[in-house]
Design a protein around this ligand. Structure first.
Ligand code: HEM
Length: 323
């Protein structure tokens, strides 16, 4: 009994090692050695044309990884018989520039190594490049993800967090993806770049928790500014506010410093200050950009490993929008 139990544990351990060692930094060393430098050049050009691409792509990557793993399923277009992930309501606000960035990047690598580099790896690599191009940290991207064969809107459901989520809901959701509270706080730092539409925070500024008043934890001047930009009714649905009021195009730690001053835009951001434990991590990131960068890079590596597919359950798509 003891030895069969030991055998079982060893098999599980070996399987775990196999699963975690699937992705490698030099995965394309022989099959497409110039993939990363080509992708980087394409991103340098793309971000020059559209600086909002960095935030848009970082969010796209997150939404891909949390729904059935980092398998590029969010890129697939709907067909007459199938409503794909990207057509689920929460994904309607994924910006077109992110899809265009992946499309251009994939086309460039297909030219040099056809059928080799998966869309999932392209998305992981260009996300890293774009973050770095707007001032963020560098990390080595482990590669070898395969693309999913399915993309179903019905799978999005509770796999993505909403802007009104509480700290407990956020912690639970991230834990279900193998990410801890520190990952949650570091990855929320992605909101140091990019924008949110008024609908994501109108309740917070006009009717917080049904009180018919703004969230008292918000800085009053900031609340007033947001109310002017986002009227309670009949506002322009295209109006957006920066997630980090201070430096929306710069990847830095000012998101955390803003939150300490009541300038967090979403309820889910401000929730990170709810308890002493999470607040102490916010404070640490607010006072050290180096620490934030280090933890963010490590958490992005973990995020990029959520539910990855291999040769047995995935493929390399030729075109990212078609399975
Ligand atoms: C913790 C839970 C999170 C919630 C509730 C959340 C929610 C949101 C919402 C509501 C928006 C605004 C969308 C819009 O109106 O266009 C947004 C934007 C954004 N999110 Fe998150 N998010 C979360 C975590 C993350 C993570 C983990 C990442 C990446 C690692 C991320 C990256 C971004 C980026 C970069 C934007 C700006 C997008 C753009 O400018 O196009 N978010 N998020």
């Amino acid at each position: 009994m003891v030895s069969s139990g030991l055998c079982f544990s060893l098999t599980v351990l070996l399987l775990l090692m196999l699963v975690t060692s699937e992705l490698t930094v030099d995965y394309y060393k022989r099959t497409c050695p110039h993939a990363e430098s080509i992708l980087r050049q394409v991103m340098v050009q793309k971000i020059r044309e559209a600086p909002t691409t960095a935030g848009a792509t970082l969010r796209l990557f997150f939404h891909d990884c949390f729904v059935d793993g980092c398998d590029a399923s969010v890129l697939v277009s709907s067909t007459p018989g199938n409503k794909a992930e990207r057509d689920e309501e929460i994904n309607h606000s994924l910006a077109g520039d992110a899809f265009d960035a992946v499309h251009r990047a994939k086309a460039a690598v297909e030219k040099i190594c056809p059928g080799v580099v998966s869309c999932a790896d392209v998305l992981a690599i260009i996300t890293r490049d774009l973050v770095q191009l707007v001032g963020g940290p560098f990390w080595e991207v482990r590669k070898g993800r395969k693309d999913g064969r399915l993309s179903m809107a019905s799978r999005v459901g509770r796999n993505l967090p909403t802007s009104t989520a509480s700290i407990n809901e956020l912690t639970r959701l991230f834990a279900s993806k193998g990410l801890n509270e520190i990952d949650l706080i570091a990855l929320s730092g992605a909101h140091t770049i990019g924008f949110a539409h008024c609908t994501e925070f109108t309740n917070r500024i006009y009717n917080f928790n049904g009180t018919r008043a703004g969230d008292p934890s918000m800085n009053p001047g900031f609340l007033g500014e947001l109310r002017r930009a986002c009227p309670p009714r009949n506002g322009n649905p295209d109006v957006v506010a920066s997630m980090d009021a201070a430096t929306p195009f710069q990847f830095d730690n000012s998101y955390y410093r803003s939150m300490q001053r009541g300038l967090g835009l979403l309820t889910s951001d401000q929730e990170l200050l709810t308890n002493a434990r999470t607040r102490s991590v916010v404070d640490a990131f607010a006072s050290s950009q180096d620490l934030f960068y280090e933890v963010f890079a490590a958490s992005m590596d973990k995020l990029g490993n959520v539910g990855v597919k291999n040769e047995t359950n995935g493929v390399v798509r030729k075109e990212c929008h078609r399975t």
